[in-house]
Design a binder for this molecule. Sequence first.
Ligand code: CP
Ligand code: NVA
Length: 301
Amino acid sequence: MNTNPKHFLTLSDLTAEQIIALIDRAIELKTQRKNHQPHPTLEGKILAMIFEKASTRTRISFEAGIIQLGGQALFIASKDSQMGRGEPIFDTAKVISSMVDLVMMRTYSHQTITEFAENSTVPVINGLTEEHHPCQLLADLMTIKENFPNLENLKITWIGDGNNMCNSTIELAHILGLELAIYTPEGYQPQSKHLPKSNKIKLCNNLEEAIKDSHIVSTDVWASMGDEQQAKQRQKAFAHCQVNQKNMQLADKNAIFLHCLPAHRGEEVTAEVIDGTQSRVWQQAENRLHAQKALMEHLLN
Ligand code: CP
Ligand code: NVA
Protein backbone atom coordinates (compact mmCIF):
# COMPACT_ATOMS: atom_id res chain seq x y z
CA MET A 1 0.00 0.00 0.00
CA ASN A 2 1.31 3.44 -0.96
CA THR A 3 0.95 5.81 2.00
CA ASN A 4 2.22 8.82 0.06
CA PRO A 5 0.74 8.76 -3.45
CA LYS A 6 1.40 11.55 -5.98
CA HIS A 7 -1.76 13.51 -6.76
CA PHE A 8 -2.65 15.95 -9.52
CA LEU A 9 -5.10 18.38 -7.97
CA THR A 10 -3.68 21.58 -9.42
CA LEU A 11 -0.89 22.30 -11.92
CA SER A 12 1.40 23.23 -9.03
CA ASP A 13 1.63 19.51 -8.23
CA LEU A 14 4.08 19.39 -11.16
CA THR A 15 7.24 21.40 -11.82
CA ALA A 16 7.80 23.24 -15.10
CA GLU A 17 10.23 20.50 -16.15
CA GLN A 18 7.71 17.75 -15.34
CA ILE A 19 4.99 19.55 -17.28
CA ILE A 20 7.18 19.91 -20.37
CA ALA A 21 8.32 16.26 -20.14
CA LEU A 22 4.71 15.18 -19.83
CA ILE A 23 3.70 17.17 -22.91
CA ASP A 24 6.59 15.66 -24.89
CA ARG A 25 5.44 12.18 -23.83
CA ALA A 26 1.86 13.06 -24.82
CA ILE A 27 3.06 14.08 -28.29
CA GLU A 28 4.92 10.74 -28.54
CA LEU A 29 1.79 8.83 -27.44
CA LYS A 30 -0.25 10.71 -30.05
CA THR A 31 2.17 9.60 -32.78
CA GLN A 32 2.09 6.01 -31.53
CA ARG A 33 -1.69 6.01 -31.65
CA LYS A 34 -1.77 7.54 -35.16
CA ASN A 35 0.69 4.81 -36.27
CA HIS A 36 -1.44 2.06 -34.64
CA GLN A 37 1.47 1.12 -32.37
CA PRO A 38 0.20 -0.54 -29.16
CA HIS A 39 1.45 1.12 -25.95
CA PRO A 40 0.10 -0.90 -22.98
CA THR A 41 2.22 0.80 -20.30
CA LEU A 42 -0.49 0.54 -17.60
CA GLU A 43 -1.57 -3.04 -18.20
CA GLY A 44 -4.09 -4.28 -15.64
CA LYS A 45 -4.47 -0.91 -13.88
CA ILE A 46 -7.94 0.22 -12.84
CA LEU A 47 -9.05 3.86 -12.91
CA ALA A 48 -12.15 4.91 -10.93
CA MET A 49 -13.84 8.00 -12.42
CA ILE A 50 -16.15 9.79 -9.97
CA PHE A 51 -18.44 12.50 -11.34
CA GLU A 52 -20.58 14.96 -9.38
CA LYS A 53 -21.42 16.79 -12.61
CA ALA A 54 -21.76 16.27 -16.36
CA SER A 55 -18.91 15.58 -18.79
CA THR A 56 -18.26 14.52 -22.35
CA ARG A 57 -14.54 15.10 -23.01
CA THR A 58 -13.17 14.32 -19.56
CA ARG A 59 -15.06 11.07 -19.16
CA ILE A 60 -14.36 9.77 -22.64
CA SER A 61 -10.71 10.83 -22.81
CA PHE A 62 -9.92 9.19 -19.47
CA GLU A 63 -11.89 6.05 -20.23
CA ALA A 64 -10.48 5.60 -23.74
CA GLY A 65 -7.02 6.62 -22.48
CA ILE A 66 -6.73 4.00 -19.73
CA ILE A 67 -8.06 1.31 -22.09
CA GLN A 68 -5.45 2.26 -24.73
CA LEU A 69 -2.77 1.94 -22.02
CA GLY A 70 -3.96 -1.60 -21.22
CA GLY A 71 -6.08 -0.80 -18.17
CA GLN A 72 -9.77 -0.38 -17.43
CA ALA A 73 -12.07 2.36 -16.15
CA LEU A 74 -15.02 2.36 -13.74
CA PHE A 75 -17.58 5.16 -14.10
CA ILE A 76 -19.21 6.28 -10.86
CA ALA A 77 -21.91 8.98 -10.82
CA SER A 78 -21.62 10.15 -7.24
CA LYS A 79 -25.39 10.69 -6.95
CA ASP A 80 -25.95 6.98 -7.67
CA SER A 81 -23.41 5.93 -5.05
CA GLN A 82 -23.56 6.21 -1.27
CA MET A 83 -21.78 9.58 -1.65
CA GLY A 84 -25.14 10.84 -2.92
CA ARG A 85 -26.71 9.70 0.35
CA GLY A 86 -24.15 11.44 2.52
CA GLU A 87 -21.42 8.86 3.13
CA PRO A 88 -18.41 10.93 4.21
CA ILE A 89 -15.77 11.63 1.56
CA PHE A 90 -12.95 10.34 3.78
CA ASP A 91 -14.67 6.96 4.24
CA THR A 92 -15.38 6.76 0.51
CA ALA A 93 -11.76 7.62 -0.32
CA LYS A 94 -10.38 4.89 1.94
CA VAL A 95 -12.71 2.28 0.45
CA ILE A 96 -12.39 3.16 -3.25
CA SER A 97 -8.62 3.60 -3.10
CA SER A 98 -8.26 0.15 -1.52
CA MET A 99 -9.75 -1.39 -4.67
CA VAL A 100 -8.36 0.58 -7.64
CA ASP A 101 -5.00 1.97 -8.78
CA LEU A 102 -5.97 5.51 -9.67
CA VAL A 103 -8.91 7.88 -9.13
CA MET A 104 -10.15 10.79 -11.26
CA MET A 105 -12.83 13.07 -9.79
CA ARG A 106 -15.01 15.94 -10.99
CA THR A 107 -16.53 17.76 -8.04
CA TYR A 108 -18.25 21.04 -7.27
CA SER A 109 -16.15 22.10 -4.28
CA HIS A 110 -12.37 21.91 -4.56
CA GLN A 111 -12.36 20.99 -0.86
CA THR A 112 -14.09 17.69 -1.72
CA ILE A 113 -11.22 16.51 -3.92
CA THR A 114 -8.51 17.64 -1.50
CA GLU A 115 -10.28 15.76 1.29
CA PHE A 116 -10.58 12.68 -0.91
CA ALA A 117 -6.89 12.88 -1.84
CA GLU A 118 -5.81 13.23 1.79
CA ASN A 119 -7.54 9.93 2.54
CA SER A 120 -6.65 8.07 -0.64
CA THR A 121 -3.85 5.51 -0.87
CA VAL A 122 -3.70 5.91 -4.68
CA PRO A 123 -3.10 8.97 -6.88
CA VAL A 124 -6.08 11.30 -7.36
CA ILE A 125 -6.55 13.44 -10.50
CA ASN A 126 -8.64 16.59 -10.63
CA GLY A 127 -11.07 16.28 -13.55
CA LEU A 128 -12.47 19.79 -12.76
CA THR A 129 -13.60 21.55 -9.63
CA GLU A 130 -15.12 25.00 -9.18
CA GLU A 131 -11.59 26.35 -8.73
CA HIS A 132 -9.35 24.44 -11.14
CA HIS A 133 -9.30 22.45 -14.37
CA PRO A 134 -5.64 21.35 -14.60
CA CYS A 135 -6.13 18.44 -17.05
CA GLN A 136 -7.62 20.85 -19.57
CA LEU A 137 -4.54 23.06 -19.31
CA LEU A 138 -2.25 20.12 -20.08
CA ALA A 139 -4.18 19.63 -23.33
CA ASP A 140 -4.12 23.39 -23.95
CA LEU A 141 -0.35 23.50 -23.49
CA MET A 142 0.11 20.50 -25.78
CA THR A 143 -1.94 22.33 -28.44
CA ILE A 144 0.10 25.50 -27.92
CA LYS A 145 3.34 23.52 -28.26
CA GLU A 146 2.13 21.84 -31.45
CA ASN A 147 1.46 25.29 -32.91
CA PHE A 148 4.40 27.20 -31.36
CA PRO A 149 7.04 24.48 -30.73
CA ASN A 150 9.62 26.52 -28.82
CA LEU A 151 7.04 28.08 -26.44
CA GLU A 152 9.06 31.30 -26.43
CA ASN A 153 7.87 34.93 -26.37
CA LEU A 154 4.23 33.95 -26.34
CA LYS A 155 1.38 36.11 -25.10
CA ILE A 156 -1.74 34.33 -23.90
CA THR A 157 -5.05 36.15 -23.55
CA TRP A 158 -7.93 35.09 -21.35
CA ILE A 159 -11.30 36.70 -22.13
CA GLY A 160 -14.35 36.07 -19.95
CA ASP A 161 -15.11 34.65 -16.54
CA GLY A 162 -12.48 34.51 -13.79
CA ASN A 163 -13.45 30.86 -13.33
CA ASN A 164 -11.76 27.46 -12.90
CA MET A 165 -10.31 27.63 -16.43
CA CYS A 166 -8.99 31.13 -15.85
CA ASN A 167 -7.39 30.06 -12.53
CA SER A 168 -5.64 27.09 -14.14
CA THR A 169 -4.50 29.26 -17.07
CA ILE A 170 -2.98 31.69 -14.56
CA GLU A 171 -1.27 28.81 -12.77
CA LEU A 172 0.19 27.41 -15.99
CA ALA A 173 1.45 30.83 -17.14
CA HIS A 174 3.04 31.40 -13.74
CA ILE A 175 4.79 28.00 -13.64
CA LEU A 176 6.13 28.36 -17.19
CA GLY A 177 6.83 32.10 -17.01
CA LEU A 178 4.49 32.94 -19.92
CA GLU A 179 2.84 36.33 -20.47
CA LEU A 180 -0.89 36.31 -19.70
CA ALA A 181 -3.37 39.16 -20.20
CA ILE A 182 -6.79 38.70 -18.59
CA TYR A 183 -9.95 40.62 -19.37
CA THR A 184 -13.05 39.88 -17.29
CA PRO A 185 -16.14 41.99 -16.58
CA GLU A 186 -16.18 44.00 -13.37
CA GLY A 187 -17.05 41.69 -10.48
CA TYR A 188 -15.96 38.49 -12.26
CA GLN A 189 -12.18 38.76 -11.83
CA PRO A 190 -10.26 35.74 -10.52
CA GLN A 191 -9.99 35.74 -6.73
CA SER A 192 -6.79 37.32 -5.45
CA LYS A 193 -5.59 33.98 -4.00
CA HIS A 194 -5.32 32.73 -7.60
CA LEU A 195 -3.37 35.79 -8.79
CA PRO A 196 0.34 35.52 -8.17
CA LYS A 197 2.46 38.65 -7.95
CA SER A 198 4.04 38.63 -11.38
CA ASN A 199 4.70 41.32 -13.95
CA LYS A 200 3.93 38.78 -16.68
CA ILE A 201 0.32 38.21 -15.53
CA LYS A 202 -1.94 41.21 -15.67
CA LEU A 203 -5.61 42.15 -15.46
CA CYS A 204 -6.51 44.46 -18.37
CA ASN A 205 -9.07 47.26 -18.40
CA ASN A 206 -10.34 46.52 -21.86
CA LEU A 207 -10.58 43.62 -24.26
CA GLU A 208 -8.58 45.30 -27.00
CA GLU A 209 -5.57 45.77 -24.72
CA ALA A 210 -5.79 42.12 -23.60
CA ILE A 211 -5.98 40.68 -27.09
CA LYS A 212 -3.48 43.00 -28.84
CA ASP A 213 -0.57 41.05 -30.39
CA SER A 214 -1.62 37.90 -28.55
CA HIS A 215 -0.63 34.45 -29.83
CA ILE A 216 -3.23 32.40 -27.96
CA VAL A 217 -6.74 33.68 -27.32
CA SER A 218 -8.74 31.54 -24.92
CA THR A 219 -12.23 31.83 -23.50
CA ASP A 220 -14.93 29.76 -21.80
CA VAL A 221 -18.67 29.82 -21.13
CA TRP A 222 -20.12 32.76 -19.23
CA ALA A 223 -21.96 30.49 -16.77
CA SER A 224 -20.10 27.39 -15.59
CA MET A 225 -21.69 24.25 -14.16
CA GLY A 226 -23.20 25.35 -10.86
CA ASP A 227 -23.77 28.96 -12.11
CA GLU A 228 -26.91 28.13 -14.11
CA GLN A 229 -29.15 30.21 -11.80
CA GLN A 230 -27.12 33.31 -12.72
CA ALA A 231 -27.19 32.68 -16.49
CA LYS A 232 -29.44 35.68 -17.31
CA GLN A 233 -27.55 38.19 -15.20
CA ARG A 234 -24.26 36.89 -16.56
CA GLN A 235 -25.44 37.29 -20.17
CA LYS A 236 -25.84 41.01 -19.47
CA ALA A 237 -22.57 41.38 -17.57
CA PHE A 238 -20.53 39.50 -20.21
CA ALA A 239 -22.18 40.93 -23.35
CA HIS A 240 -19.00 42.88 -24.23
CA CYS A 241 -16.76 39.83 -23.61
CA GLN A 242 -17.17 38.10 -26.93
CA VAL A 243 -14.30 36.77 -29.01
CA ASN A 244 -15.23 37.74 -32.56
CA GLN A 245 -13.45 38.24 -35.87
CA LYS A 246 -13.07 41.98 -35.28
CA ASN A 247 -11.14 41.61 -32.03
CA MET A 248 -9.23 38.51 -33.27
CA GLN A 249 -7.76 40.83 -35.89
CA LEU A 250 -5.96 42.73 -33.12
CA ALA A 251 -4.10 39.54 -32.16
CA ASP A 252 -0.91 38.33 -33.85
CA LYS A 253 -1.50 37.24 -37.44
CA ASN A 254 -0.59 33.63 -36.46
CA ALA A 255 -2.77 33.66 -33.34
CA ILE A 256 -4.80 30.59 -32.46
CA PHE A 257 -8.16 30.41 -30.68
CA LEU A 258 -8.75 27.94 -27.84
CA HIS A 259 -11.91 26.97 -25.93
CA CYS A 260 -12.15 24.04 -23.53
CA LEU A 261 -15.71 23.30 -24.77
CA PRO A 262 -18.65 22.98 -24.57
CA ALA A 263 -19.05 26.37 -26.31
CA HIS A 264 -22.03 28.68 -26.78
CA ARG A 265 -21.75 30.18 -30.26
CA GLY A 266 -23.07 33.75 -30.28
CA GLU A 267 -22.19 34.26 -26.61
CA GLU A 268 -18.52 34.02 -25.60
CA VAL A 269 -17.41 33.32 -29.18
CA THR A 270 -18.86 33.79 -32.63
CA ALA A 271 -19.33 30.83 -34.98
CA GLU A 272 -17.01 32.62 -37.39
CA VAL A 273 -14.12 32.36 -34.92
CA ILE A 274 -14.70 28.93 -33.37
CA ASP A 275 -15.37 27.37 -36.78
CA GLY A 276 -12.75 29.49 -38.53
CA THR A 277 -9.15 28.97 -39.60
CA GLN A 278 -7.56 30.23 -36.37
CA SER A 279 -9.54 27.88 -34.18
CA ARG A 280 -7.70 24.85 -32.74
CA VAL A 281 -10.54 23.62 -30.53
CA TRP A 282 -10.82 20.13 -32.08
CA GLN A 283 -7.08 19.55 -31.81
CA GLN A 284 -7.31 20.85 -28.22
CA ALA A 285 -10.18 18.49 -27.36
CA GLU A 286 -8.40 15.46 -28.87
CA ASN A 287 -5.26 16.36 -26.93
CA ARG A 288 -7.15 15.69 -23.67
CA LEU A 289 -6.71 12.00 -24.54
CA HIS A 290 -2.96 12.11 -25.16
CA ALA A 291 -2.08 14.51 -22.33
CA GLN A 292 -4.01 12.52 -19.73
CA LYS A 293 -2.45 9.24 -20.88
CA ALA A 294 0.95 10.83 -20.22
CA LEU A 295 -0.35 12.10 -16.87
CA MET A 296 -1.62 8.66 -15.80
CA GLU A 297 1.74 7.12 -16.72
CA HIS A 298 3.54 9.81 -14.74
CA LEU A 299 1.41 9.21 -11.64
CA LEU A 300 1.62 5.42 -11.75
CA ASN A 301 5.15 4.76 -12.96
N1 CP B 1 -13.58 20.57 -21.44
C1 CP B 1 -14.17 19.66 -20.65
O1 CP B 1 -13.72 19.37 -19.54
O2 CP B 1 -15.26 19.08 -21.21
P1 CP B 1 -16.31 18.11 -20.50
O3 CP B 1 -17.09 18.94 -19.52
O4 CP B 1 -17.16 17.59 -21.62
O5 CP B 1 -15.56 17.01 -19.80
N1 NVA C 1 -15.88 26.53 -16.70
C1 NVA C 1 -16.63 25.41 -17.22
C2 NVA C 1 -15.70 24.42 -17.85
C3 NVA C 1 -16.37 23.21 -18.45
C4 NVA C 1 -15.42 22.22 -19.02
C5 NVA C 1 -17.42 24.75 -16.09
O1 NVA C 1 -16.89 24.63 -14.98
O2 NVA C 1 -18.56 24.38 -16.32
